[in-house]
Design a protein around this ligand. Structure first.
Ligand SMILES: Cc1cc2nc3c(=O)[nH]c(=O)nc-3n(C[C@H](O)[C@H](O)[C@H](O)COP(=O)(O)O)c2cc1C
Length: 280
């Protein structure tokens, strides 16, 4: 985990995260079983499906990504072999849940991981062939939390992210071209009905995911769908959350992403206690 090369940044990272180690085959078997047990528990409890979180630098993403997967066995070395762990989780889950149970996958778009575009496309084809029910396109990690809409200071603000609401729209369109029948979901940046509708009208996605606006107003999805409300009322713009002063030693895109998550987790906490929520 690298938050930066400066002395304090390296100490901070070492304190916050443990040193990674290679999983043994027994570890892999155990973790696959844990995913399977969880999916079966969800099905037994009446949930209609699960989403495999294979984005944001979490374990499944670590297997997919050449930057973090340095293995030389059958779980590493090529895009196909790096996808093997996720594919095994997927197929083992299928064996224990009802045929109607939905199994989706959340994936980082190629622009926001170290993988090349074609590597990611190869892996997407494997997931499609394996029969995922939907794919959610996201991006980023703790090192670079793109999903929270924080570009690095060094990055030029591209016209596409400046002009459009959704963070990962262009990549979703590419996936769509190659897999027209795959149910696609796009999450990140949607704040207006017009933005959500245009992503669907442009055929970039079938489903729109909403996170932070829903933490401030859990009825936001209903507001977007309420035909009685004009477009001007079907939107919720949110200011960026200011990082706290004591995070000065972290790069802005990391402290900013962390501040966003902390703030909105606080709002979800307030909802749980029946308290009013506030936009930042
Ligand atoms: C408090 C909070 C918790 C989050 N937890 C998760 C998570 O557990 N898994 C995940 O995939 N994304 C998580 N995210 C990221 C969101 O799913 C989403 O990708 C991101 O907030 C961008 O969407 P938005 O612009 O609609 O907020 C979280 C976001 C927030 C604000």
């Amino acid at each position: 985990m690298a938050v930066g090369d400066e002395y304090l940044q390296r100490i901070g990272a070492a304190l916050a995260w443990t040193w990674p180690k290679e999983m043994t085959h027994a570890d892999i078997k155990m973790v696959i079983q844990q995913f399977v047990d969880t999916a079966r528990l969800m099905a037994d409890a009446g949930f209609k499906g699960v989403e495999l979180h294979s984005a944001h630098g979490y374990l499944l993403d670590q297997f997919l990504n050449a930057k973090t997967n340095l293995r030389t066995d059958e779980y590493g070395g090529s895009p196909e072999r790096r996808a093997r762990f996720v594919l095994e989780v997927l197929s083992e889950i299928r064996k224990v849940v009802p045929p109607t149970f939905c199994v989706g996958i959340k994936l980082n778009s190629a622009d926001y991981s170290s993988a090349t575009f074609e590597d990611t496309m190869t892996q997407i084809r494997l997931f499609v062939d394996a029969g995922v029910d939907f794919m959610e396109i996201s991006g980023g990690s703790y090192e670079d939390p793109k999903m929270m809409g924080y570009p690095k200071d060094s990055e030029p603000k591209s016209s596409r992210t400046a002009a459009r609401e959704a963070f990962f729209l262009e990549f979703a369109k590419e996936v769509r071209k190659r897999h027209p029948d795959l149910v696609l979901m796009l999450t990140g940046g949607f704040r207006t009905r017009e933005g959500a509708e245009s992503a669907i009208a442009e055929n970039a996605c079938d489903l729109v995911g909403i996170a932070r606006p829903a933490a401030v107003n859990p009825s936001f999805a209903n507001i977007l769908l309420d035909k009685e409300l004009p477009d001007e009322k079907a939107q919720l713009w949110l200011d960026k959350v200011r990082p706290p002063f004591y995070s000065w030693f972290l790069p802005r895109h990391i402290s900013g992403g962390g501040a966003e998550t902390t703030y909105y987790a606080g709002q979800i906490n307030r909802l749980a206690k029946g308290l009013a929520t506030y936009a930042p």
